[in-house]
Design a binder for this molecule. Sequence first.
Ligand SMILES: Cc1cc2nc3c(=O)[nH]c(=O)nc-3n(C[C@H](O)[C@H](O)[C@H](O)COP(=O)(O)OP(=O)(O)OC[C@H]3O[C@@H](n4cnc5c(N)ncnc54)[C@H](O)[C@@H]3O)c2cc1C
Length: 77
Amino acid sequence: MQGVFVEIGSVPSSSFARGLVRTNGQGEIAVNCRNETGRPGIFATGDVTDSPAKQIIAAAGDGCKAALSAYEYLIAD
Ligand SMILES: Cc1cc2nc3c(=O)[nH]c(=O)nc-3n(C[C@H](O)[C@H](O)[C@H](O)COP(=O)(O)OP(=O)(O)OC[C@H]3O[C@@H](n4cnc5c(N)ncnc54)[C@H](O)[C@@H]3O)c2cc1C
């Protein structure tokens, strides 16, 4: 018996960010628990990050955290 298993969604679309922020060996953007990339003012969230949970609810939560971090960044003097 033969078959083909088609896998999608396993390669992060991060090429635009390479050289701008740090990525790991899989091309995922490295973030801390505040979704900061390490470059001030740039945040990342969801499947493109090195977060291990690649699920919708995790991406939505990460998006909320990144938005809060961006807010804190913008109001800081
Ligand atoms: C086949 C499959 C089945 C899945 N099933 C489930 C499931 O049942 N339950 C679940 O919780 N999760 C599931 N997931 C995972 C879920 O889809 C992801 O965790 C979630 O969509 C991540 O959201 P995101 O916003 O990070 O990325 P995405 O939803 O991938 O959104 C990223 C968006 O950015 C756009 N984009 C990319 N590059 C650029 C660029 N350079 N400029 C502008 N826009 C760009 C893309 O076109 C896309 O619209 C599944 C994933 C796959 C692939």
